[in-house]
Design a protein around this ligand. Structure first.
Ligand SMILES: *Cc1c(COP(=O)(O)O)cnc(C)c1O
Length: 463
């Protein structure tokens, strides 16, 4: 009887959802035919859906549940703060204790030049804020033509009008006539997909110099900033060659562009460093944080501003910063972030990813190179990718691109594993609490899904 009721509720949620809920990043017309999945609870690194399937979450929700699911300490902190003070705004010279405290925590953690924080609720709104602050900065300095922000094709910076304009995703630009004026894109440092016969470091320099070419084309007096994810996440976990970021840094200095590091995915231990900027030695003027900042337990974004930028936008010529969100510095969200960061630190998760699970994942992923579909595996810490290709030697992809990735993703689900697909690239970004045993379990499920995918690919005559 209990079982019958539960099955009943699964059907109920699915039908109710389809009647009213407009899903993000979903073909609304196709969805009723495909059906929705209802996730009802989670524990550690496992998800449970309304049909009683247990899934190993190799994607940490959406790159965000760094400390894993089911952390009662975090829930308790949110409860206590909501009882004490559920909400107050931070406009007009006001703050709350967790808002103030988190600023100190973040300034201590972030690269040394970043000591000022502006709060929002999402990576998208943080990047919108950056667009306004960049323009404000140059306006205050009297350099009013420095307006254009340069970013990369296939970069991802969010989904609002400005942040999707920063992003370089064609399919996103088609919804809403983007990019807005003042946003331009250069090539990405995607060696596996675009490097051809070039050695990776040579290709990294070429990709970085596309920035210099763009600046020279537009005129440095018209260029305000460059933004990039240290490792492109949604674009396919693209880890740039070592030559890339130092060259970008040099070019930004030479032509006086502000440098923005979007660490929404890379931050808070994902790469085995608190921020990937440390690993790549990026010295940013702005750094975007969200996702792992609260491990997704409550929404929060933080935007770190460098001393040099703050000296201007907080200087005597700047006037009022007429910008803010009702929930900027929300006390419950900030309290949750503080507790989340405490857990990451106390459990040594960053070091564990750097020294143990990251290297172990790299070693185990390499074993997949014997698989007929696998063209490359790559990872830095616990962010990684598996490239599925038609021809391993030439790195030739399947046509149309993306079908094989979707087939593989479906086989993952059926095998009890959540992995995401971008094009035919399978993406990995698990909770940082993963043990070597979790990596082993992941490898077993992945190998199974790849074999099933290979069988399908052969059946369809795609190989
Ligand atoms: C997810 C993401 C964003 C957008 O964050 P939202 O919270 O979804 O608005 C921005 N930048 C990067 C790199 C992201 O991965």
């Amino acid at each position: 009887m209990a079982q019958a009721v539960r099955r009943n509720s699964s059907a109920h949620w699915k039908a109710t959802d389809l009647s009213h809920h407009i899903h993000p990043f979903t073909d609304q017309h196709a969805l009723p035919g495909q059906g929705v999945r209802v996730i009802v609870r989670a524990e550690g690194t496992y998800l449970f859906d309304s049909d009683d399937n247990k899934l190993l979450d190799a994607f940490a929700g959406l790159w965000c549940v760094n400390v894993g699911y089911g952390r009662k300490e975090i829930a308790q902190v949110a409860y206590d703060q909501m009882v004490q003070l559920p909400y107050y705004n931070t406009f007009f010279k006001t703050t709350t204790p967790p808002t103030a405290e988190l600023g100190k925590v973040l300034a201590d953690l972030a690269p040394k030049q970043l000591n000022h924080v502006f709060y929002g609720l999402s990576g998208s709104d943080a990047n919108d804020t950056i667009c306004r602050m960049v323009r404000h900065y140059w306006n205050v300095l009297g350099k009013k033509t420095k307006k254009t922000i340069i970013s990369r094709q296939n970069g991802y910076h969010g989904s609002t009008m400005a942040s999707a304009s920063l992003g370089g995703m064609k399919a996103m630009h088609e919804v809403g006539d983007l990019p807005l004026p003042g946003f331009v894109h250069i090539m990405q440092p995607y060696w596996f997909g675009q490097g051809g016969d070039m050695p990776p470091d040579e290709f990294g320099l070429k990709a970085a110099r596309a920035l210099e070419e763009k600046i020279l084309e537009l005129g440095a007096d018209n260029c305000a900033a460059f933004i990039g994810e240290p490792i492109q996440g949604a674009g396919g976990v693209i880890i740039p060659p070592a030559s890339y970021w130092p060259e970008i840094q040099r070019i930004c200095k030479k032509y006086d562009l502000l440098l923005i590091a979007d660490e929404v995915i890379c931050g808070f231990g994902r790469t085995g460093h608190w921020f990937a900027s440390e690993y790549f030695k990026i010295e940013a003027d702005f750094m975007t944080m969200a996702k792992g900042l609260t491990s997704g337990y409550l929404p929060l974004s933080g935007l770190m501003v460098s001393d040099r930028v703050f000296a201007v936008i907080g200087g005597d010529k700047a006037g009022e910063l007429t910008h803010g969100y009702t929930y900027s510095g929300h006390p419950a969200c900030c309290a949750v972030a503080i507790e989340n960061i405490r857990i990451i630190r106390d459990e040594g998760l960053v070091e564990k990813v750097r020294d143990v699970t990251g290297p172990y994942l790299a070693k185990r992923l390499k074993e997949l190179h014997d698989h007929p579909l696998v063209g490359e595996t790559r990872n830095l810490g616990l962010i990684g990718a598996i490239e599925l290709v038609k021809d391993k030697a030439t790195r030739k992809t399947f046509e149309p691109l993306g079908d094989v990735g979707l087939i593989c993703r479906e086989h993952c689900f059926k095998s009890g594993l959540v992995m995401r697909a971008t094009r035919d690239t399978m993406l990995i970004s698990p909770p940082l609490t993963w043990t070597k045993a979790n990596v082993d379990e992941f490898m077993t499920l992945t190998r199974k899904a790849l074999d099933l995918t290979l069988a399908d690919v052969r059946k369809k005559g795609l190989l």
